[in-house]
Every structure is written in structure tokens, then in C-alpha cells.
Design a protein around this ligand. Sequence first.
Ligand code: ADP
Ligand code: MG
Length: 482
Amino acid sequence: MDQKVMSKYEPVIGLEVHIQLLTNSKLFAGDANQFGDTPNTNISAITLAHPGTLPKLNQKALELAIIMGLACGSRISQYLIFDRKNYFYPDLPKGFQLTQDRTPICVGGEIEISTSHGNRRIELNRIHLEEDAGKSFHPPETPDSLVDFNRAGTPLIELVTEPVLHHAEEAYQLLTEIRKLVTFLGICDGNMEQGSLRCDCNVSVRPKGTKELGKKVEIKNMNSIRNVRRAIEGEIVRQVMLLEQAEEVYSETRSFDERTGGSSSMRTKEEVNDYRYFPEPDLSPVQISDQWLEQIKRSMPMLPAELKVQLQDKHAISSEDATLITDSIEAYDYFTQAVTDQNQAQHVLNWMRGPIRSYLKDQNISFGVLPLSPRQLGELAALTAGEVSFSVAAQKILPLLLEDSQRDPRQLAEDLGLLNHHDDQSLEPMVLQILEEFPDKVKAYRQGKKGLIGFFMGQLMRKTDSKIDPKIANELLSKHLN
Ligand code: ADP
Ligand code: MG
């Protein structure tokens, strides 16, 4: 679409993010909250809403919701009721969903994002607690539909932003930030493919300079953050095209198609249910005490931004390196497990910044599934702190370790004969010998051709089969050349 046409309109986007909470049991029942179990095995009579069963609120779920609210600077509601949201759907065994309509647990708050347009604080409308539905399957090539109720009753928080985003990129960054936040807080595993983190996007466009919001379209069924961005980009263009042709944008819910990047209509506003919300009569209102709230505040996990500052202080590392480490909980856990002694932190970082990052990128995987354990990287870093040169280790040891994660880095270095057998004392005579062999080069160096240090280094490497610590070698050469 023509950039000039696009620039006549301002997109407006609001997100509704569903976050499955990492509790052992469900929101109102004792059965396991576990992804991937045999279908219909975690389905107590309460989850299936058999007559006479009574829900009981899971305190842990409430605590995790409060933790998220505190992390976002939301106001925590201390008086809560749950509401029935009534609708019929095959994956909804009760015929209603328990949610919070009028008393969301968290009100307001904000999440800071950084994009190519600068830093922004994105205002939240609310975060409320609710239960998930079951899951329907439509196996291809059969007329049957199947339903698995294991997911029914799984605790969720739904985070609702204000309609304040204006670029698909901002939505992308916000979701990235939310995923980072919930995984560092330990309240959700952040897995979008398994549906632990799901996002519905509300998109409208309005003529630039106007205030009134356009008709919004809701898009569902994106299974990655990248697809959320694609869906929004596509929807903005679709709406602008309609308006340019003097056609109307209908308020509707659309389903994203991963293959085409487009979407198709699921239901229009006219077909929307009247949910007939009313307070759940089988649950008494919940009062959150000041003491409990204080206790949760005191035991709050550290946020990624706080951990970043802590890392910089503790290991004297740069802001970029600290950002790299706190980019994901997996990277953070990996780093902290690999660093077993203060002196080796820089060397662990050298590896994470260089060869490890390239490998992850090549394989398109994350630290969580890297076939090199933090313990192995720790040992590798200890080796390159003096005994084996970094480039030799990267070329010769690392590939073998990545092939077989059972191997021991030090043993490998020994077997390959890569351990430095040269310390200062054994190197010094060799340095002197090299200077004697190349008097012209020494003279040139002393007259200012400092780049020749590389030449001398090469000579020294050849004499020692590269089994030297480049740092020590460099110091020795400089000492005798200057
Ligand atoms: P609904 O009543 O349809 O559920 P809400 O007002 O509760 O709508 O808002 C749901 C989500 O849609 C929120 O994230 C909000 O920011 C977003 N939203 C509301 N109106 C618009 C709009 N006109 N354009 C884009 N997003 C919107
Ligand atoms: Mg709403």
C-alpha cells in the first residue's frame, strides 16, 4: 500500500493478553494444572461443574496475579468478587466462565517499552483473574470434533491495555516485554506455541489529527509474537483500504491465518453474546489483608531491569552485556549457573557474546535448549582465562562439546594437546630469541610501526604451537620491544 495513503491515517491498537499462571492446581479445583497430560485426565467433578460441586479459590493464583500487578505499578483491589460470564461453547463444561467483571484484581499500571520510536510507558486498563476454557480439536479427514477438558479451569490473568499503541512494532515490543516480565517473575512459562501466553489484538484506524476512535476489529489466534506483528500490519492495511474505497469497517472478530498472513471473519458485533454477568453465588467475596499484601511486596522477585543493575555492579560489566544476559530468563539462568567464580565472569561473557550467540542464531534456538551445559561453559571459560587461547578453544573444543554434551572441556583440551605449557618464564627466552632473529622489524617497530606486534605474535605462536595465552604473550613482547 502507498506510503502516502497510509500516512493519512493513525492506527490505534489495544492488546488483551492471556497469561496462564504457573500453579500446581486449577483456579477453583484441586486437579493438576499441567500441559500435555493425557486428554481428560485432570477433570474433577468441580472442573466439570457437576451439580452440587463448589468452587474454592486457589490462593497461589491470587498471589501470582498480585505479583504481576505490583510489577506493573497497578493499584491492587483488596475486595474481590468473581462473576459468571455466561455463554455456550462445547469446550466450556460449566456453561459459564468465572472471571472478574467489576472488581479486577489490578487496576491501571504501566509497562515501559523501547522501540525505534523511543521509550514509552504503555498504560494498562486492568489485570483480572479468570479461568481458562477446555480445548476443541477438529482432526482432519474425520467428521468428528474432540474436546479435552484438561485446560478447563486453568488459572489465567488477562492483562488489558488502554488503546494507546500506534505501531505494530510497539505491540511487538510490549508483548516481548510482558513475556520477559512474567518469566522473570516466575508466574508463567511464556510459551506462546503451547498457548501459555496468548494475545488478542484490537485494531482501528482514524484520520490523522482526529481524536475519535474508529471501529475496532479484534484479531485472534496468533501463536508467536512475530505473528502478532504480522496480523496487526495486515489489519491496518485492510482497514485503510476499506476507508479509502469509502467502505465501512465492521466491528468484528477475525481469525489470523499463519500461512497467508491474512485473517478471516469469525463473528460480527451483531452476533456477539450478551454474557449476562452476575456475581458467582457459590464464592464469598475475598478480602485481601494489608498484612498479606505487605508480605507479597517484601518477597517480590527482582525485575529484569533491577537484575541488570545488580549484574553491572557485581561483575563490573557493560550495560550492553548486562542487557544481553537479562534478555531472557534462560540467558540469565545460564549465565549465573556458568559463573562459579568472580574472576571468570568476563570469560563466560566472551563466550556468550561471541561463539555461543552465533551458534544460537544459526540453529534458531534459545539458551534453554543449548546442547552445552552452563557447567561446561564455566569450565571452558576457566580454561580460556589463561591455559588455552580463546580462538583455539572456539575452533577446536567448542564444536566437539556441542556435538556431545557429556564431554569434559578440560579433558578434551588435554587430549587435543591444547593446554598451554608456556608460562612467563618459559616464554621469555623465546621472545628474546625472536627479537634477535628480526632486528629490522624491531627497529621499525621502535620507530613507530606498532602494528608489527602482530608479526611478532605470529612468530611466537609458531614456536609454541599456539599454546600460549595471548595476553601474557602480548605483555612480554611489549615489555621487550619498548
Ligand atoms: P470490549 O467492550 O469490546 O471488550 P473494551 O473497551 O473492553 O472493548 O476494550 C478491549 C480492548 O480493546 C482493550 O485492549 C482496548 O484498549 C482496546 N480498544 C478499545 N477500543 C478500541 C479502538 N477503538 N481501537 C483499538 N483498540 C481499542
Ligand atoms: Mg471488554
